[in-house]
Design a protein around this ligand. Structure first.
Ligand code: BGC
Length: 718
């Protein structure tokens, strides 16, 4: 078959069962089992016959190029259709050379970093036989109890939308190069809103919330050309997403004009029965194909039932044809008909893995993702001081975070090792103190003694990789185990101490933040995390990360996010003493650290915030400008954030919404005028009739260094 294959003609040549086969995705284990013909293990559990394996259309999770080639070979040999298999995998923040987790990439506020992550990951993955990555995950996240917040770029619709685009651009380019892979945006839709942050739980949102906050990030990734969309596990409006016509037909196909492939999440088609919207596998298949799922991942309702359903007239064959055509189109777009082994090159892959260029890329992103949360004159450290590294993360190789299945922990240089490389063995001492999640405090004494001997202490604390990511919901999001107790013992020494946090989510660290003189959030920083952190600790890199998810003051405050509504009884300076306002009686309303927050080793001053006019019509634009000056004595990067509030709407409007941001680098004493252009489009929202329009009236334009610290000017849309 050549590149010019006519997929419509090809479709005509396929039997119904061959067509249905294209809709099935199986894990690679199905193709590399040792004993042929015998139905055991996953094969048996899935209830799929041997012959169906050889008509299935795509494969999930190949190990490497050799395996992919072997599977493709065997498949082309045995399959009746000779249509090449598509290989898909979860390449979320790197393939072998691992970037910081996506939440951390978000905290760089640098879209080039997402694109870079996409490019580097795509190259290593394509050489290893992958054609499609199940990324970006653009779910809006407001609940840090949910383990999967680590996969998202955070709590803001606009930021997630622009980051989603950047990831897609990085992975896909124009797909013409064998170093690009197709991208699958997920989880459609609103998986980030699971109740209580509990994995796989229910989502119930108003249509307005769904459209205004949750859907734009999927849409913008689709606009960027993402080839695939993955459904989510949750319900929306009482219907599981993988069986929702509203989501897949009305929104995805009709509104977003998406013409690519829709794949279910793992097992989510079969789960329609468990949710209780289908009585048996037949009904499951009928519901999912009618709703618009093209590819069924890892359950077998389509392949075992669709043929009968078509014969009985319960499912129109046209539905199957449409789905198959979309899959064939993707195979064609990837060039698989002319080269079923597209990109696969194990030797070249090995040269790319952890090569200097890729390591430099992940180190750059790691540096920029680190957020300085507090610094009472402790940081940066000077290189002649004796340092005690204390805590279970100090000499740990668990720096990659979830979804780094191809990463190699054993190749990681730990924080302690990096510090030794930086200032020498004789200046570094180390004690683990306790483990991540245990209750044993017997190591505290040694840790305290080690700390006593040092000039400064680095307390390296946090979560293990398994505590976030899929299946990593936590009800208590403080430091696990006895780590906070260890911190208390060490902080009691009153040494200059830096708490260095490694986590896949914002943690509840309110007590710690009162006692610790310096705190750094390092997230799961990836392959080069240890060296990036070392650069920050010693001031070789001036930290510039800004939070994209609020750190709650207490877990009971969740969800706490910056773009909330005002309520009818907001707590203000004037009402602070009143009982009957919207507040907690035991904690503040504000998060501990707000969206957009992060410190630097220098300071930035904002002045002269002005609007070019205080009025605009729908065809006008207003330029908002502010001068930002570096008033410290180090070069630094500031992220200037621009927010808008619609003061009166036909429905209530958030107290502020991010509409733009600019990262600027300033030398000491240098100042720069930063501008944002306000257009009518920026002012649109889903009005009382759920139409996306702007409404005349007054607005606030706000600029500042984070969502809680802004300057305001008023303007009117006439
Ligand atoms: C996850 C998806 C992932 C898929 C395939 C599911 O359990 O929810 O995010 O892409 O597995 O590995």
């Amino acid at each position: 078959m050549n590149k010019e294959v006519d997929i419509n003609e090809l479709l005509k040549e396929l039997s119904l069962s061959e067509k249905i086969g294209q809709l099935q995705q199986l894990a690679s284990q199905f193709y590399i089992k040792d004993s042929e013909g015998e139905l055991t293990g996953p094969l048996k559990d899935l209830g799929i016959s041997e012959e169906k394996i050889w008509v299935s259309g795509s494969v999930l999770g190949v190990k490497d190029a050799e395996e992919a080639r072997r599977i493709q070979d065997k498949y082309l040999d045995r399959s009746s259709t000779k249509i090449p298999l598509l290989f898909m995998a979860d390449i979320i923040h790197g393939y072998r050379t691992i970037f910081p987790i996506p939440l951390a990439i978000g905290c760089t506020w640098n879209l080039n970093n997402a694109e870079l992550c996409g490019q580097v990951s795509a190259k290593e993955a394509a050489l290893s036989g992958v054609h499609v990555t199940f990324s970006p995950m653009v779910d809006l996240v407001r609940d840090p109890r949910w383990g999967r917040v680590m996969e998202s770029t955070g709590e803001d619709t606009y930021l997630n939308s622009v980051f989603g685009k950047a990831f897609v651009k990085g992975y896909q380019g124009d797909l013409s190069s064998n170093y690009n892979i197709a991208s699958c945006v997920k989880h459609f839709a609103a998986y980030g809103a699971v109740e209580a942050g509990r994995e796989y739980n229910t989502v119930d949102l108003s249509d307005r919330q769904l459209k205004e906050y949750y859907l734009p990030s999927y849409e913008s990734s689709i606009d960027e050309g993402a080839k695939m969309v993955m459904t989510s596990f949750n319900t929306i409006h009482g219907v599981p997403a993988s069986g929702s016509k509203y989501l897949m037909r009305d929104i995805l196909r009709d509104n977003f004009q998406f013409d690519g492939v829709v794949i279910s999440d793992w097992g989510a088609v079969g789960e329609l029965q468990v949710h209780g919207v289908a009585a048996d596998d037949e009904e499951v298949a009928e519901t999912a194909i009618s709703a618009g799922v093209d590819v069924e991942m890892m359950t077998s309702c389509y392949i075992n039932n669709l043929e009968n359903l078509v014969k009985e007239g319960r499912v129109q064959e046209e539905l199957i044809d449409e789905a198959v055509l979309r899959i064939l189109q993707l195979k064609k777009d990837l060039g698989l008909f002319s080269d079923p082994y597209r990109g696969m090159d194990g030797n070249k892959a090995k040269q790319m893995f952890m090569c200097n260029e890729h390591k430099e890329a992940v180190r750059k992103v790691a540096r920029e993702s680190i957020v300085l949360l507090k610094n009472d004159n402790v940081l940066p450290l000077s290189k002649d001081k004796k340092v005690a590294v204390i805590g279970p993360k100090g000499d740990s190789t668990d720096l990659l975070g979830g979804w780094s299945w191809q990463g190699r922990k054993e190749k990681i240089t730990t924080l302690k090792e990096n510090l030794i490389n930086e200032i020498g063995n004789n200046l570094i001492s180390y004690a683990e103190g306790c483990d991540i999640n245990g209750h044993d405090e017997s190591g505290f004494e040694e840790a305290v003694n080690v700390a006593k001997e040092a000039d400064v202490v680095i307390l390296a604390l946090g979560e293990s990789s398994e505590m976030s990511g899929e299946g990593g919901s936590r009800a208590y999001i403080g430091l696990p185990g006895v780590q906070e107790r260890l911190a208390e013992e060490i902080l009691r020494l009153n040494k200059p101490t830096v708490v260095l946090l490694f986590s896949g989510r914002p943690l509840e660290i309110t007590n710690l933040s009162k006692k610790a003189p310096a705190i750094i959030e390092a997230w799961f920083p990836g392959t080069e995390g240890g060296s990036a952190i070392t650069e920050v600790l010693y001031g070789d890199f001036n930290p510039s990360g800004r939070l994209t998810m609020s750190f709650p003051y207490a877990t009971g405050q969740i969800p706490v996010y910056y773009n909330c509504y005002n309520t009818g009884r907001p707590k203000t300076a004037n009402t602070a003493e009143t009982r009957y306002v919207s507040q907690f009686i035991d904690i503040p309303n504000e998060p501990l650290y707000p969206f957009g927050y992060g410190l630097s080793y220098t300071q930035f001053q904002y002045k002269d915030f002005t609007l070019s006019s205080n009025k605009m019509t729908k065809d006008d634009k207003i330029t908002a400008s502010v001068t930002v000056k570096n008033i410290g004595d180090r070069k630094g990067t500031e992220t200037v954030q621009f927010y808008i509030r619609d003061l009166v709407g036909s429905t209530v409007r958030p107290v502020k919404e991010l509409k733009g941001f600019k990262r600027i680098e300033l030398e000491p004493q240098e100042e720069l005028k930063v501008e944002f252009v306000i257009t009518e489009e920026m002012l649109r929202y889903y009005n009382i009739d759920c139409e996306l329009v702007s409404e005349l009236g007054d607005f606030h334009a706000m600029v500042g260094c984070n969502s809680a610290d802004t300057y305001t000017e008023k303007f009117t849309l006439l």
